[in-house]
Design a protein around this ligand. Sequence first.
Ligand code: GYE
Length: 332
Amino acid sequence: MKSLNNGRRSAFAILLAVALLALVTGGCRKKEGGASGGGAGGGKMRVGFSQTETDGPWRIAETKSMQDEAAKRGYEMVFTNARGDTATQVSNLEDLVAQRVDAIFLAPREAKGYEGPLQAAKEAGIPVFLIDRELEGPKAGDDYVTFIGSNFIEEGKRAGEWLAKQTQGKAGIIELLGTAGSSVANDRHQGFADAIKSYPDMKIIAAQDGNFTRAQGQNVMQNLIQAHGKTITVVYAHNDEMALGAIQALKAAGMNPGKDVIVLSVDGQKSALEAINAGEMNATVECNPRFGPVAFDTLEKFKRGERLPPKIINQDRFFDKSNAAQFVGEAF
Ligand code: GYE
């Protein structure tokens, strides 16, 4: 049986051939905006981007990176925003398939529930590239081409190992979880829990969903402070926005974030590095949102028929007071 990737590749080969023919018969007009665009009929190649939401610096940086790179390479981008709702994202994807875009970048909000649009894309010969979050069930090289992003288990593990060292294995931890059902929240929890499990005096007192937002992080933290007060010595947040919300809640309760309570999270956004410099936050594991260059490189490799691995993993750094000042200028 012919694999889907081969099927999609041949669809691309046909598209490319048609595009080339159009260029030749059109008198070799120079394509605007760079070498790699060029869809059927000699027009720009149209690439869909299904974004989960646009709130917060991480999503803004990701969206900008994708849009900038599309423009730089001469692609037309069809952008959809699911506004933090999985059902909306499913219908956005169905629309992109109906519009017959040439490829789709999907940043899935949750790990499950996308089988329908993936099947529709497959039938239409539209390759789908996962960026930033993973799916459970669908297979790379079959239901989608490949996943591009960070290793979230590793992020949680790095946070947990750093914390064990900082606290000599003794901590009362509040964990602020990312969006329920997202691969990121599951994995950032898993990696962290694994890293601290051999320390009997490191305990997760409470773990609650803050949906990756500053407002919900602050709100959840406020309630947890009321319930657990001074037993809290650490906040581990699945992203910087929730950590910054928790810092507000701790301050409002007269507690000292960064000092009495260690605050640790993931992302590495500018305001988090500033909070580290100000001594109110302790560390953040980098999770790079600037996907544009690697996403479009991967699409172009696929178009050339190159073999792709099932996952393309970003190399991320770790920021604490030893280097936050050095990197704050380049942060998003
Ligand atoms: O950490 C968070 C965002 O999916 C990796 O989602 C991404 C996460 C990121 O809302 O800030």
